[in-house]
Design a binder for this molecule. Structure first.
Ligand SMILES: *Cc1c(COP(=O)(O)O)cnc(C)c1O
Length: 348
């Protein structure tokens, strides 16, 4: 039997494709003589790689970064293998064989990974040198190992630990990355993430790797006027009701009505990434009119004060206030978390 057609969802992410393309173009322009690539790991930071990759590709991006091998097939539906680098590199011979079979580039992060890649037959790869974040990447001392000389390196990467801050670490990392550029044969060099682009030409090399700012994040003040919001979570009202003075709302009765109120329930909860931090604090909107969250956010539902929007009915849609810089300031979550939290029940 054919499964019945699913009814429409009550939860969706509105993605402003124009804004996404404009953000990439702005970051590419701000990268000066370097080209901007695009970090599309973690399902394009939660935006959905099937939505984001074609937009970024059509805007002009030619270099795409994922973290896991498991993220490769979804990306290859939209861009060619020569455009894809896998940041975590190969952990096993199976990973290296997968890279060979698909044609995507592994980012080599250690001598162990260099050996795996050579054992798999080698070919063009990227290299990550650790210049101070002490996460993954080859140490500076590893670069003189004969194994490294046997690699065919397209992009020589390093990654900044505090690009969004005025930190002495930035210049120290830039200097080590420059030294690495003199030690390893490579075609292109890359250091900057979104915030790193704003540190200037010395940080650009031939390729930059923005992620957060593509999707509307503003990691540093210098980007504030360059970046547009891309993502707006939207939820449908699933119930409308009236409550009397003194009645309470939600788990643990953290909201009590001080007047007769019209309230509504949105189909959105912490299981969707709308965390309990927004309890009695978050704001939704209907055509610009404010619809505040009242009571605790629960797993699948959020209760709203409909005082300013008494005309709303079941099935009407509301937009969540989700400007990333403001939402981060209000919630205490990072802009990265706010994006990547958005769950699988949103249609994208
Ligand atoms: C995630 C990531 C980026 C993108 O960083 P943003 O701060 O989101 O711009 C760039 N480079 C590497 C190695 C990454 O892991």
């Amino acid at each position: 039997m054919m499964p019945p057609e699913l009814p429409p969802s009550t939860l969706r992410l509105s993605i402003d494709r124009e804004a996404l393309a404009a953000n990439w173009r702005a970051l590419d322009r701000l990268s000066g003589r370097a080209r901007a690539g695009a970090a599309v790991k973690a399902d394009a930071y939660g935006v959905g790689v099937a939505v984001a990759a074609p937009v970024l590709r059509d805007a002009g991006a030619e270099d795409f970064f994922v973290a896991h091998w498991q993220e490769v097939p979804a990306l290859l539906a939209h861009v060619s293998a020569a455009c894809v680098s896998v940041l975590h590199g190969p952990l096993t011979a199976a990973d290296a064989a997968f890279a060979k079979a698909t044609g995507v580039r592994p980012v080599i992060n250690s001598l162990h990974q260099a050996q795996l890649w050579i054992d798999a037959g080698g070919g063009v790869c990227d290299l990550m040198v650790d210049t101070g974040i002490n996460r993954i990447g080859l140490g500076m001392a590893d670069l003189t190992d004969p194994l490294i000389g046997r690699l065919q390196v397209d992009v020589l990467h390093s990654h900044l630990a505090a690009a969004e801050e005025d930190s002495a670490l930035n210049a120290a990392q830039q200097s080590r990355w420059n030294t690495a550029r003199g030690m390893v044969q490579h075609k292109r060099a890359s250091l900057a993430n979104s915030a790193g682009i704003m540190l200037g030409a010395d940080y650009h090399g031939e390729l930059t790797r923005p992620g957060l700012a593509l999707y509307g994040g503003v990691p540093c003040a210098a980007l504030a006027n360059e970046i547009c919001q891309v993502v707006t979570p939207e939820a449908a009202l699933i119930q409308v009701r009236d409550i009397a003075v003194g009645e309470c709302v939600g788990y643990n009765a953290t909201f009590q009505a001080d007047r007769p109120m019209r309230i509504g329930v949105a189909s959105l909860g912490y299981a969707d990434g709308y965390l309990r931090i927004w309890s009695n604090k978050g704001m939704l909107r209907s055509m610009g009119r404010p619809v505040p969250v009242i009571g605790r956010v629960s797993m699948d539902m959020t209760v709203l004060d409909l005082t300013e929007v008494p005309d709303l009915r079941e099935g009407d849609w509301l937009a969540v206030d989700y400007s990333l810089p403001e939402a981060a300031a209000t919630s205490g979550l990072s802009q990265y978390e706010l994006l990547t939290l958005l769950g699988g029940r949103f249609t994208r």
